[in-house]
Design a protein around this ligand. Sequence first.
Ligand code: FES
Length: 106
Amino acid sequence: MNPVEIAVNGRKVSASTEPRTHLADFLRDTLNLTGTHLGCEHGVCGACTLLLDDMPVRSCITYAAACDGSRVTTMLVRPGSGRRSDSKVLRPITTGLFKVIAFKRC
Ligand code: FES
């Protein structure tokens, strides 16, 4: 197990994870942050996209242990809230998410 400390949507969290656990699974299963969704789990569809230190990454192919000390911004922050995912990269995605598919269970 590897200790991982990351800031998720501006809040620091720490947990231990297996070296091969992907970031999406770490967020969903370990931290119970289910806003990040999985589709193909092969890095193709983009459903799991989030920001890692302000750069878009596919969390299904990113190891959580490699993210130690990083900032992660997920889709869970509502557009217009002034928080980090209000970035130019995620804003169109989050706006569409809340307009079109906000009924989706998290
Ligand atoms: S789940 Fe499809 S790219 Fe990650």
